[in-house]
Design a protein. Sequence first.
Length: 361
Amino acid sequence: MLSRRTTLRDIAKVCGCSAMAVSLALRNHTSVSKKRRAKIRAIAKQLNYSPDPNLSALAAYRQTHYPRPTATPIAWISNFPTRNYWIEPAGFVNRYFQGATRRAREIGYHLEHFWLGEPGMTPQRLSKILYTRGISGILLTPQHRSYTHLNLDWDKFCAVTFGYSLIRPSLHMTTTNHYRSLGMVMRKLRSLGYRRIGLMPYLLHDTRVLHNFHAAYLMDRLRVPVELQIPVYFVPDYSQNVEEEKLEWFRAHRPEVIITSNGSALDGILRSEGLRCPEDIGLVSLGTSDRRANKTDRIISGADENYEEVGVAAMDLLVTLMHRNERGVPSTPRTVLIDSKWVSGTTVRRLNTDATVPDEA
């Protein structure tokens, strides 16, 4: 005979509390004290309690398909130098926002922007504002600086961040799969016949993605003869004029195509050497989105990092946390990686050589 499933009422009898209190504790709700939650969860484990999957599926269905009278707010928290720093229409953070907003609207939520740089604003004050307003879900934009620490009252919130720039606390996170993105670009270029492939990223860009671009490039170099291996040239800073250094690197290694952090990095070399793109040299950008470079007719070839889909994934992950009431800093943070897609553009071409495509790692 099948044994009867343990219910909330069974747990409540042992704990000496109501079934509602048990339900709240098992959903990690802050209305039940931490000590009480821990005790109830321990007793539930002793009694081999597990939620009824059919009821859980029904609850999720109802929350998704039955519209709320008003959309539930989710905090979109930015930490840039100015309030609207991230709103550049073509900027990747704004595109995260567009994807997250689209998904939020579909499932009955809306995003509300909060800026940590408001006069008098502190993480503690913002935590109080959000909690007072009943906002339990947080999406954190990428931080302006790498290796940032933030000290919100995390126990009150379900939180997801974008990218690697927030290192403390370690939260659930979504971002582009940068390693696979660079690998995809390398394979595509080799399929077009390029053999001498150079990488010229901004050092800050590669640092912010935990050097995944550099790592994928180094792994690819192991698959080609030594004479085709070109060292990486890291552009030190967005504001520094290093055209001479870039030109020296180019003349020393003569790449057939250069992978850059943006589409304008090759312009100085083109002018100095009298080269045409893509006839004489190819250009690929990491993070391109079929956009035009420097107001010319050149559409940059490269990797579209699917920023809107990263935003959608962040929203889906956050809502899952909210449905399960998983608040606070997670003991095992989850990372959702979104693959890029190739944008053909006009800055590479098929070369008249036999192409060899390395096997994917």
